[in-house]
Design a binder for this molecule. Structure first.
Ligand SMILES: *Cc1c(COP(=O)(O)O)cnc(C)c1O
Length: 302
């Protein structure tokens, strides 16, 4: 059933370092098991947006994404199951419904796709452009790219609330930082939240701060929250969706050793960074660590 996170179990995982045989125990919150298409944090971010669409008696949800967007497929499926229509504005006017498996899944789930130029896509947050979009789809609830809005943050606060929430360290992958914002807001008082950016650049801290501010309206509290947050900006392996043979080897090793499937865009990089941080001795002694599996496995097919 949609919007039931029962399948997201808290799993214990034991990793053994191949070089020195040292053992590392940690927990994984398996949001990837929620649904094969509406997986992980995409589901969390859509939950209250769907509720809002229903509340406003919207015809459906309109959102934005790139050609391989996990968020668009998740939106298509969530709307399909909820009995709502869905519209996806896709970056790239040269694309079509048949361009790749992600877009084919979207189409099969009844999503209407609108292919727009990169230039138009860049303007998608402009007030004027949004007004135009709203005018074309007046009865749709509009969700920004990546599900990055207030309702998205609220949904992501539920991840830790389904656990004992007493971890020393929590590691989470970040794209827009929406999930990270929800996790930071809900983390226990002694928890350090590690935000591992999947993108190149050092903008994640500012981006997450902006989101925290938009929810709590209190700069002092935001500074306090940031005091228990660590931003990891150097685990992107060359940039968004870039991989290296080392990363791909790591993903295979983890699957073989622990049966945990991870993807190469988000969770693989975040888990690599978690284990690297542990090996460098940067975690507290005998730490209780949680890795949030944000999903993303549907994207591994492309
Ligand atoms: C989209 C995605 C993220 C990034 O989430 P944000 O809330 O945008 O930071 C992380 N992991 C996976 C698997 C994703 O699909």
């Amino acid at each position: 059933m949609l919007f039931n996170s029962e399948r997201s179990v808290l799993e214990h995982v034991r990793y053994t370092d191949a070089q020195d045989g040292r053992v590392f125990d940690f927990y994984v919150k398996r949001d990837d098991l929620i649904d094969p298409l509406v997986s992980g944090n995409k589901w969390r971010k859509l939950k209250y947006n769907i509720e809002q669409a229903r509340h406003k008696s919207s015809e459906g949800i309109l959102s934005f994404g790139g050609a391989h967007s996990n968020h668009l497929v998740a939106t298509a499926k969530a709307c399909h199951v909820a009995g709502l229509k869905s519209v996806g504005f896709v970056r790239g006017e040269e694309l079509s419904y048949n361009s790749n498996s992600t877009l084919m899944d979207c189409a099969q789930l009844g999503m209407e796709l609108v292919f727009i130029s990169r230039e138009e896509y860049r303007n998608k947050e402009d007030w004027e452009y949004m007004n135009q979009v709203r005018h074309g789809f007046p009865s749709f609830h509009i969700v920004p790219e990546g599900g990055s809005n207030f309702y998205g943050i609220i949904g992501c606060q539920e991840i830790l609330k389904e656990t004992p929430n007493d971890f020393d360290h929590v590691f989470v992958s970040a794209g827009t930082g929406t999930t990270a914002a929800g996790v930071i807001l809900s983390a226990g008082p002694h928890t350090k939240v590690h935000v591992v950016s999947a993108l190149k650049g050092d903008f994640m801290e500012a981006q997450v701060s902006k989101m925290l501010n938009s929810v709590v309206f209190d700069e002092e509290l935001v500074e306090e929250l940031k005091g228990k947050t660590v931003f990891h900006d150097n685990a992107h392996f060359g940039g968004y969706a870039k991989t290296t043979p080392e990363l791909l080897r790591f993903i295979k090793t983890i699957l073989a050793q622990t049966q945990l499937p991870i993807d190469s865009v988000y969770t693989g990089k975040a888990l690599y960074e978690l284990l690297r941080t542990w090996k460098k001795g940067e975690l507290v002694e005998h730490p209780k660590v949680l890795f949030i599996h944000t999903g993303g496995l549907q994207g591994m097919r492309s």
